[in-house]
Write a protein that binds this ligand. Structure first.
Ligand code: GLA
Length: 737
């Protein structure tokens, strides 16, 4: 059994040979944390591993063991995982073990997204009940161990079995005490158009945190963090990953205390959070996923890619090949009518593109971003007869049809706002802050969720719609739940997320054949929470190939390529003005869910031929790009960042594609070989450069040689060959013979 309970040692050991998580019920009934990390042998006591707690209050704690669920005010002065304000205003809790159960499989979390098991054999779940006697507060800690993955999913339910209401002030999804502070903290941070850059630094005494108070996980930080040993690399060394299956306000934090131990915590951001728990009520915290690897950051990414692609994403599109799309946004923005769109779709069909997506501008009177959000009714000036005729014309060309929506928003200039001004989030008597000329709808109110459900169901039933891009383009200001009493305003942000998830759930369940893609000004809600509903996300509004190297590299630390959509756009690039070769733009966008975002009618014959070749290449390798193993080779965040290299490898290791990118060309380049990873050392690979016109012919190379000696990436003739230009990319197509 992967979850072992030893009644003698009062020890829980969750171990699957890939990693171990060990806890012990202490003599006083507290739940102590002994170990998370390297796999330990089953059937042994690890009680001695606990002696590293930070407190000198021995009358309360017989054993100096860090706690699984640290609370505030009784000797552990580090950041707490649970703070509950009681009827008398105090916050001290004394949570003691009451019972536990070990069950096959993995339960769902009510109202919240989570990872899942298919069948009971895949995972086992441990539930431990802790009780605070004076208040009768019960906390059920839930740990799911996946049989074949080095991950644990953790969540908790807090129940008020007492007679008085209490108020939850802090309820983290995970708190993890590590025995030392010899770690680098890695976060994914940035802003609009440069999301999820890798930021990293040594842990120092005190606290370091990232988080969001915007009502969305945000462009600025991602609800994930990684700890790696200073010497760990992409392929080697110890690393721990934590991510939160949640899309709203979050806190991810590491604290180092004077004795040199580290506490990491991740969960709902406590700032502004207060949740009243009436007698008999329960509150469930979002799920956190913990992963451990001794194969470096790459090993950690393998674990989260597999889990998130296979057991977080769900529905018909989880495993289906994702279509190559053309999105209308950068091609025509708001300037279109049906004829122009059908012309674009015709040009796209001629290139082999499979799905045509109509972005913003099709509803209300939306000729710019100043109006109409909330009025989900077709603008008949542009699309006479509605979406049906357009979608059918597109389908007649052999493409599927997709549509952009932004359900959570309302424009002040809209019929919806005229009819229901109180549905827009705001505080009565105070001015609302506008952002992109819009307000956010109060999805903490069930009637708003019901309205959006109806309005969008009508849209999605009005035409053959195969794909939906669900956008969210501003964050919440003047947070206030219009239907919540004053004492419950601290619940607003989380209730907003619960309402949003409810809308996602209804629409994705009602339209199971639609492929949903999430978006938030690009990657402003690229998080595990939304991946549970939409298997792919618009990675960034920045479509420049060079900027995308960093964005896609950083994103890949946690998220699989099947979740990252990536488009080839026109040059000069609309975000940074850079001019890059068309082949480079494709060579970057291939490593994700591929598409185009330009007006195909403007391409000349040579570019059209090149795009046809790109589409054919992606189709031929789609399975490897979307389901293969992604291996990072050369980081754009290291050195001067001039070079990036990465690779995808099929599961059977018979096929692979290597991408090598150089930002600026320099005179007299060094002789350079890229060492590959993840190939079959015994196989002989046929190595072909792509596009064929830029290559120097094919070669046969052993997997062992490619991984130990490497592959020369310079052209055969360094003076005349490919590579003598800035922003170059070289792709190599590898196939075992
Ligand atoms: C956001 C999205 C873009 C596009 C526009 C439309 O910025 O990230 O891709 O859909 O909205 O307004």
């Amino acid at each position: 059994m992967p979850i072992e309970w030893d009644p003698e040692a009062r020890q829980f050991h969750l171990g699957n040979g890939l990693m171990s998580y060990v806890m012990r019920v202490l003599e006083n009934g507290w739940l102590g944390h002994l170990h998370f990390g390297a796999p330990l042998a089953a059937g042994r006591s690890y009680a001695h591993l606990g002696g590293r707690a930070f407190h000198g209050f021995s009358n309360r704690v017989g054993e100096p063991v860090p706690l699984e669920l640290p609370t505030a005010g009784s000797g552990d002065f580090r950041v707490p995982a649970l703070v509950v304000e009681q009827a008398d205003g105090s916050i001290v809790l004394d949570l003691r073990y009451a019972s536990h159960a070990i069950r096959p499989g993995k339960p769902d979390l009510p109202g919240l997204p989570s990872t899942y098991a298919e069948g009971d054999a895949e995972a086992e779940t441990l539930e431990i009940v802790l009780v605070d006697d004076p208040t009768s507060l019960r906390v059920t800690l839930r740990y799911t161990l996946f049989r074949d993955r080095p991950v644990i999913a953790r969540s908790a339910t807090i129940s008020n079995a007492g007679a008085a209401a209490v108020r939850i002030r802090t309820a983290m999804s995970v708190s993890l005490d590590l025995a030392d502070a010899d770690w680098h903290l890695v976060t994914l941070s940035g802003t609009w158009a440069r999301e999820r850059h890798v930021e990293e630094g040594r842990l120092l005494p005190g606290r370091r945190s990232v988080g969001s108070l915007r009502g969305a996980s945000g462009l600025e930080h991602n609800p994930a963090l990684v700890l790696r040993r200073p010497r760990a690399t992409e392929e080697d060394g110890e690393a721990i990953g934590l991510s939160l299956v949640y899309s709203g306000n979050f806190l991810a934090e590491a604290e180092v205390e004077p004795r040199g131990t580290t506490r990491v915590r991740l969960g709902l951001h406590p700032d502004g959070f207060a949740w009243t728990l009436e007698p008999a009520a329960t509150f469930t915290v979002p799920e956190a996923v913990l992963a451990w690897s001794d194969a470096g950051l790459g090993g950690l990414s393998d674990a989260s890619h597999g889990l998130y692609r296979e057991r977080l994403a769900r529905g018909a599109w989880r495993d289906r090949p994702r279509p190559i799309l053309l999105n209308s946004w950068e091609g025509v923005y708001y300037a279109f009518d049906a004829a122009r769109l059908v012309d674009m779709a015709r040009a796209a069909a001629d290139l082999g593109i499979e799905l045509f997506v109509l972005d913003d501008g099709w509803f209300g009177r939306r000729d710019d971003d100043a109006s109409s959000l909330g009025d989900w009714v077709v603008d008949e000036r542009k699309l006479p007869g509605g979406l049906g005729p357009l979608a059918r014309d597109v389908e007649a060309l052999g493409l599927r049809f997709g549509l952009w929506i932004e359900p959570e928003m309302v424009s002040p200039r809209s019929r919806l706002f005229e009819a229901h001004p109180d549905w827009a989030i705001g505080i009565p008597g105070r001015q609302r802050t506008e952002s992109r000329n819009q307000y956010v709808l109060d999805l903490s109110r069930p009637e708003v969720v019901d309205h959006l459900d109806d309005a969008l169901t009508r849209v999605l039933e009005s035409a053959p719609i195969s794909y939906v891009k669900w956008d969210m383009n501003r964050n919440i200001t003047e947070p206030y739940g219009g239907a919540l009493p004053a004492a419950r305003q601290g619940e607003f942000f989380h209730r907003y997320m619960l309402g949003t998830y409810e809308l996602w759930r209804r629409l994705t369940e009602r339209f199971p054949e639609i492929l949903f893609e999430s978006c938030a000004s690009g990657g402003g809600r690229f998080d595990p929470g939304l991946l549970a509903f939409a298997p792919q996300t618009w990675t960034s509004d920045d479509t420049d190939a060079i900027e995308r190297l960093k964005i896609q590299w950083g994103t890949s630390l946690v998220y699989p390529l099947s979740s990252m959509s990536a488009h080839v756009s026109a040059v000069p690039n609309h975000q940074v003005g850079r001019i890059t070769p068309l082949a480079t733009r494709a060579a970057v966008a291939f490593f994700g869910v591929f598409g185009y975002e330009l007006d195909p009618r403007t391409l000349d014959e040579a570019d059209r031929a090149a795009v046809r070749d790109q589409v054919a290449f992606y189709v031929a390798h789609r399975d490897v790009f979307q389901r293969g193993r992604f291996v990072r080779l050369r980081s754009p965040f290291e050195g001067d960042g001039n070079e990036t290299a990465w690779l995808v490898v099929s599961d059977d290791r018979r096929r692979a594609v290597l991408g090598h990118y150089r930002m600026l060309e320099r005179p007299v380049p060094r002789f350079d070989r890229v060492r590959l990873r993840g190939l079959d050392p015994a196989a002989i690979y046929r190595v072909r450069p792509w596009p064929a016109s830029l290559g120097s012919g094919q070669a046969a190379r052993g997997g062992d040689e490619l991984m130990t000696v490497g592959l020369a990436i310079e052209p055969a003739d360094p003076l005349t060959g490919f590579g003598r230009a800035d922003f170059s990319a070289r792709l190599f197509d590898l196939e075992a013979t």
